[in-house]
Design a protein around this ligand. Structure first.
Ligand SMILES: Nc1nc2c(ncn2[C@@H]2O[C@H](COP(=O)(O)OP(=O)(O)OP(=O)(O)O)[C@@H](O)[C@H]2O)c(=O)[nH]1
Ligand SMILES: [Mg+2]
Length: 215
């Protein structure tokens, strides 16, 4: 009989480095999951929720807080990358164009990238940028896990409705998965962790370790 493996409730991660563009990213020597989405959707908050540390990534009420590609080493293997958000109108035009170019290059050419967590505000999901990213990743056969974040802002039935709508919109995209989520209330955290461990490699638990045959 196989023992049920319980996944950790958090994902320990430490800041590695920031990069302004693809050329200055660290060597892509392990699997990476990128957190993408519109500015203010909650990408950095989700990272902090996963690590259980509010200081892992910088969060702000003002959109446009994350302006570099921020790399975090996951203790059990792999990396998470907090990307600058799309659609932040108040940034200077040049600054915005530069970091959006950096995000596009990263997404298009980073070979270490194994999956994208696309964070949307559940109240304003599937905006033009989201649709473009989903179409591009479908064409490139890159898996995307959509987080309908800030679910705490909607009633349970409105959450279900939003989930259903996105699920049917992307029913023909086999590599797309969707869930409701709240970084604030930790709604849907186990489901997200399970997805991340699938992409980055499931950590070996102590009991599994000791079950291995000894030399
Ligand atoms: N109610 C609620 N607020 C949230 C949630 N997640 C994030 N926020 C808030 O949304 C705002 C933006 O969060 P960030 O994590 O900085 O968003 P971001 O996507 O990283 O933004 P950029 O760095 O500008 O791209 C902050 O005020 C957060 O506290 C959530 O699940 N529920
Ligand atoms: Mg951010």
């Amino acid at each position: 009989m196989t023992e049920k493996v319980s996944l950790p409730e958090r994902l320990e991660a430490t800041f590695l480095t920031s990069a302004p563009d693809l050329r200055r990213c660290p060597p892509g020597d392990c699997p990476e999951v990128a957190f993408a989405g519109r500015s203010n959707a909650g990408k950095s908050s989700v990272l902090n929720e996963l690590t259980g540390n509010r200081k892992t990534a910088k969060v702000s009420k003002t959109p446009g807080r994350t302006q570099l590609l921020n790399f975090f080493d996951v203790r059990t293997g792999g990396r998470m990358v907090d990307l600058p958000g799309y659609g932040y109108a108040k940034a200077g035009r040049d600054a915005q164009q530069n970091w959006q170019k950096a995000v596009n290059h990263y997404l298009s050419y980073r070979e270490a990238l194994v999956g994208i967590v696309l964070v949307m505000d559940i109240r304003h999901p599937n905006q033009a940028f989201d649709q473009e990213l989903l179409q591009w990743s479908h064409d490139s056969e890159l898996p995307v896990h959509i987080l309908l974040n800030k679910a705490d802002k909607l009633s349970f039935s409105a959450q279900r409705q939003a989930l259903q709508k996105i699920r049917s919109a992307y029913a023909d995209f086999p590599l797309v998965t969707v869930q409701c989520h709240s970084a604030l209330r930790r709604i849907g955290t186990p489901e997200l962790l399970a997805q991340l461990f699938t992409w980055l490699g499931t950590p070996i638990t102590e009991s599994e370790n000791s079950a291995q045959p000894q030399d």
